[in-house]
Design a protein around this ligand. Structure first.
Ligand code: BDR
Ligand code: CA
Length: 319
């Protein structure tokens, strides 16, 4: 058995994205997991641009061995809306120019890559999904047995008790493809949902950015540069130049760099109507006042608290 095979294999599905880039870097640096594939989806930027970003960042990290596949350009219903350049920059990574990778994406789609890896690492593969969940839903449609071959899914998405960040109730990854999210939630596999409730409470600030910029690690320095743009967007929300840790939180929970201390398994449903609730993750958190109580039969765990702040640990790992 190779050293890589002893680590827990992880497939990352992302819309690379500044915080997606932090998640990618976190997984590469985590000692107990092995990133075995990356699939991209439209969200922060197009799926094609997200793949260019992922390939470039992997090459910067000296990890051109990790396959990258382009996934769904459009959600299951409707069309990709063009992304959020005001949050993630015109190229998805804050306008930072990382040298273009010398290799191309895989021939097949992200859904096909996920299916291939689920067979190669049957029973062991874990999925970390930090973009809209279109590729996961497409893979389940191609092969519903996928759910039985994957050990766990950790997804950044939703808002349990917190407000949304696109509408009053909807978080971006779910908002961008609510139908896909509902398919993923009811597929029967073990899902850990990492919602805004916890990601907005964990941040990076200028001190953290300075540490990244001063790092001898090229990927850490590129991340420090990207954060300049990201901090600007979040200035009105936090009142200081800083940012939340959405996608790295999902990566850290999956890699067990942080441990959820309150994460009940409860019934979760995505609002797929066309009303004002579209994209809401309705988590049944009744009866949780005296501690986390798992509901019988629930397959979705909702992370509400973790054991330590993610920010300092994230920067320690990346520099
Ligand atoms: C999520 O939406 C995207 O913009 C981020 O990358 C993150 O995955 C936060 O709502
Ligand atoms: Ca993302």
């Amino acid at each position: 058995m190779t050293a890589a095979a002893e680590k827990r294999p992880i497939y990352l599905d992302c819309d690379t994205g500044i915080d997606d880039s932090l998640a990618l870097a976190y997984l590469l640096a985590s000692p107990d997991v092995e990133l075995v594939g990356v699939g991209t989806v439209s969200g922060n930027t197009s799926a094609a641009q997200a793949a260019r970003n992922s390939l470039a960042l992997l090459e910067l990290a000296g990890r051109s061995d990790v396959p990258v596949a382009v996934g769904a350009h459009d959600p299951l219903r409707g069309r990709f809306d063009g992304g959020v350049p005001h949050i993630h920059g015109h190229n998805g990574i804050g306008g930072v120019e990382v040298p273009e990778a010398s290799r191309r994406p895989e021939e097949g789609t992200a859904a096909e890559l996920l299916l291939r890896l689920s067979r190669e690492y049957e029973g062991a593969l874990e999925v970390v999904a930090v973009g809209p969940q279109t590729n996961l839903a497409r893979a389940l449609a191609l092969d519903p047995a996928l759910a039985g071959r994957v050990a766990a899914v950790t997804a950044m998405g939703g808002a349990a008790l917190a407000p949304g960040n696109v509408t009053a109730v909807a978080e971006a990854n779910i908002w961008n493809d609510p139908e896909a999210a509902q398919i993923v939630i009811e597929a029967g596999w073990k899902v850990t949902l990492v919602p805004l409730d916890i990601t907005l409470e964990n941040t990076l600030d200028e001190g953290d950015r300075a540490r990244l910029l001063a790092s001898p690690v090229p990927l850490a320095r590129a991340l420090g540069q990207m954060l300049d743009h990201y901090f600007e967007f979040y200035l009105p929300l936090y009142g200081v130049r800083s940012c939340p840790l959405h996608d790295p939180m999902a990566a850290a929970v999956a890699a067990r760099g942080v441990v959820p201390t309150r994460a009940p398994a409860v019934a979760v449903e995505v609002d797929t109507t066309d009303g004002p609730g579209r994209g809401q993750t309705i988590a049944d958190l009744r009866g949780q006042r005296r501690g986390a109580l798992d509901q019988e039969g629930a397959t979705v765990r909702v992370v509400l608290e973790i054991d330590r702040p993610l920010g300092p640990h994230l920067v320690d790992l990346l520099v």
